[in-house]
Design a protein around this ligand. Structure first.
Ligand code: SF4
Ligand code: SF4
Length: 113
């Protein structure tokens, strides 16, 4: 099994989950953070850390977000070399700096409403 990141991460992506993962298996997807399904050891530590309840065990993903299981796995199956996710403090610091991936992310995916 694995854990899966779902829709609520999009526009939030605060990297809180990254700080607690013992195997560093979070990666930077374009619109959300992703869990590498072959590296995740199913410890469950990340799930309660997410402020928007985006993380679920694969067998508990809500039906409306079922497609996210494949969305998390697809880049890795395709052999894409996605960047590893930074710890939260590094991401937060980078947000403030023009031209960084973190700064660009919140321009590309602004919070709605
Ligand atoms: S369940 Fe554990 S190993 Fe898997 S992504 Fe979350 S913190 Fe990392
Ligand atoms: S804690 Fe939740 S919202 Fe933040 S990056 Fe991880 S999955 Fe996304």
């Amino acid at each position: 099994m694995t854990y899966v990141v779902t829709e609520p991460c999009i526009t939030v992506k605060d990297h809180a989950c990254v700080d607690v993962c013992p195997v560093d298996c979070f990666y930077e997807g374009k619109d959300q953070i992703l869990i590498h399904p072959d590296e995740c050891i199913d410890c469950g530590a990340c799930e309660p850390e997410c402020p928007v309840t985006a993380i679920f065990a694969a067998d508990a993903v809500p039906e409306k977000w079922a497609a996210f299981t494949e969305k998390n796995a697809a880049p890795f199956k395709a052999g894409e070399a996605l960047p590893k996710s930074q710890k939260r403090a590094d991401w937060e610091a980078e947000k403030e700096r023009e031209g960084t991936p973190a700064n660009q992310y919140y321009k590309d995916f602004p919070k709605q409403g």
